[in-house]
Design a protein around this ligand. Structure first.
Ligand code: ASP
Length: 346
């Protein structure tokens, strides 16, 4: 009898615990307010004969497929653009960052969610992370399958993203990227698989930058950013790509070098001359892990006038260089941004 009572008490406790853990997913008070900014991507894509086309359906249509979202947040939305993120550019990033700042500063919203293609999600997240001046959560969400696929993955990602940003511990983080059941922060996130349903991964980064009022770059008065290109390295690298960027008047070039950010002798000589002529050369690597540092490598950055990218990938180095060049051309200051992040430059 005593044993049965124990069982009964245990079962009752288990049911109560289960019920209270379910309840945590819903809210007693007013729901948090989330503003959605739609930019396109596969999450807004539709199927075609050969595969699909990104950026075709409206955010309204996307949201209709996930009515459950309204259990977690009060939502409103705007269609900012509707493109494949391979066409994302600084001419969209600047107004997008200004818009996110404006939405968060309005005081009407608790968080911003941005629908976005996965190809360049890490770049937009990194750009926003350096230009948003409010600690409220900002998350980018995408999908691998188009919106009309029978097994579309966008709805589950959207749900996960909303559930993530309405939690109190989402405040004071970096801009986040959400795909499927996983969430990554902007500094570390990178796409490392072309087809997987879980295509994002993380690299280790030297610096962590939760967006807040004081850090990062203030872009309100900027209408454009200095042009910076990326040249991809390979054995016995020719100088053709570097020459093309220099001749086109680019202010900076990121070299995605081989191994520890190495360049062929011809590319090294050309880049050193370009650096002497005032083009900022950042030495990064096509290898996704480990970073590129001046210390302990084969290239004398100080002597040649180069900047080591530290832990940043070529695509993130490009973004940091564009933003830094909009503020300064002092190579020592630029080097310190790559080494320490933007903490010391608040
Ligand atoms: N090309 C698409 C884009 O980035 C791919 C995706 O969303 O996964 O917009």
């Amino acid at each position: 009898m005593k044993h049965r009572l124990h069982c009964f008490a245990f079962l009752t406790l288990a049911v109560l615990l289960f019920a209270s853990s379910c309840k945590k997913e819903t809210f007693d008070g007013p729901l948090p307010k989330v503003h959605i900014i739609a930019t396109g991507g596969t999450i807004a894509g539709t199927s075609t004969d050969i595969g699909y086309e990104a950026g075709k359906v409206s955010i309204e249509t996307i949201l209709q497929a996930v009515p459950e979202l309204t259990r977690y947040a009060e939502l409103d939305y705007e269609q900012f653009c509707n493109i494949g993120s391979q066409d994302m550019s600084e001419s969209i990033w600047l107004p997008l960052a200004k818009r996110v700042n404006q939405v968060l500063e309005s005081g009407k919203y608790d968080a911003v969610l941005i629908t976005h293609g996965t190809d360049t999600m890490e770049e937009t997240a990194f750009f926003l992370n350096l230009t948003i001046h409010n600690p409220k959560p900002v998350i980018l969400v995408g999908s691998i399958r188009p919106s009309d696929a029978a097994d579309a993955d966008g709805p589950a990602s959207l749900l996960k993203a909303v559930q993530t940003i309405v939690k109190p511990n989402a405040v004071g983080k970096e801009v986040m990227c959400c795909l499927g059941s996983k969430v990554y922060e902007a500094g570390a996130a990178f796409k490392n698989d072309t087809h997987s349903l879980d295509p994002l991964s993380e690299t280790s980064v030297d610096w962590y930058l939760p967006h807040n009022a004081d850090t990062g770059f203030f872009i309100d008065n900027l209408e454009e950013l200095p042009e910076v290109g990326i040249a991809y390295g390979y054995g016995s690298n020719s100088t053709v790509a570097l020459e093309a960027f220099v001749n086109a008047g680019y202010k900076g070039i990121v070299f995605a070098g081989v191994g520890d950010g190495n360049l062929s002798q011809a590319a090294l000589d050309f880049a050193a001359q370009a650096a002497k002529n005032g083009v900022m050369i950042v030495r990064s690597s096509r290898v996704p892990y480990g970073g590129v540092y001046t210390e302990g490598g084969e290239v004398d950055d100080e002597k040649l006038g180069f900047i080591a990218s530290g832990s940043l990938s070529p695509q993130k180095s490009r973004i940091l260089l564009m933003l830094v060049l909009s503020a300064t051309r002092d190579i020592d200051v630029i080097r310190s941004y790559f080494r320490q992040g933007v903490f010391d430059h608040a």
